[in-house]
Write a protein that binds this ligand. Structure first.
Ligand code: HEC
Length: 121
């Protein structure tokens, strides 16, 4: 995975702008007290129920799914290797056994926030 060489400056600027928007939105919506949260967990839960529950157990209950095909979200959340970064990378890339939802940045933020909210201390 090599970065395209063309617009390095533009890309860096975009990242910087994105970072600022992200931080502004982050503090505006959750405040520094909830520094774990990046999206709207309630919206994420709605999306998860609507789009993901056909295959995933999306609720907080710990039980085995009818099928082992798709990991329950609560299990993902409590897997030590699960991070915001990993979830984002997963959701941004197409997968063979999972439909490509073409999630917006906001939608993936919300979903990730919701999934991570299932993490037990
Ligand atoms: C058609 C069934 C299906 C739907 C709908 C579905 N998934 Fe999945 N998902 C899977 C399967 C199967 C796997 C395990 C596949 C794999 O490992 O490639 C998986 C794996 C995952 C993983 C695990 C990644 C990891 O690190 O192992 C995440 C996160 C995930 N799905 C999120 C979602 C979200 C969010 C939605 C709703 C927007 C969703 N899925 C909807 C089938 C589905």
């Amino acid at each position: 995975m090599s970065a395209p060489s063309g617009s390095r400056r533009g890309k860096r600027l975009a990242v910087a702008v994105g970072m600022h928007l992200f931080l502004v939105a982050w503090f505006a919506t959750t405040g520094p007290l909830h520094s774990q949260q990046l999206g709207d967990t309630a919206a994420g839960k709605r999306l998860a129920t609507e789009w993901c529950s056909a295959c995933h157990l999306v609720g907080p209950e710990v039980r085995r799914g009818a099928t082992d095909l798709a990991p329950p979200f609560v299990e993902l959340a409590n897997d030590a290797s699960t991070t915001e970064f990993r979830l984002r990378a997963f959701l941004m890339t197409p997968h063979k056994r999972m439909p490509d939802f073409k999630l917006s940045r906001e939608q993936s933020d919300d979903l990730i926030a919701y999934i991570l909210s299932l993490r037990r201390p």
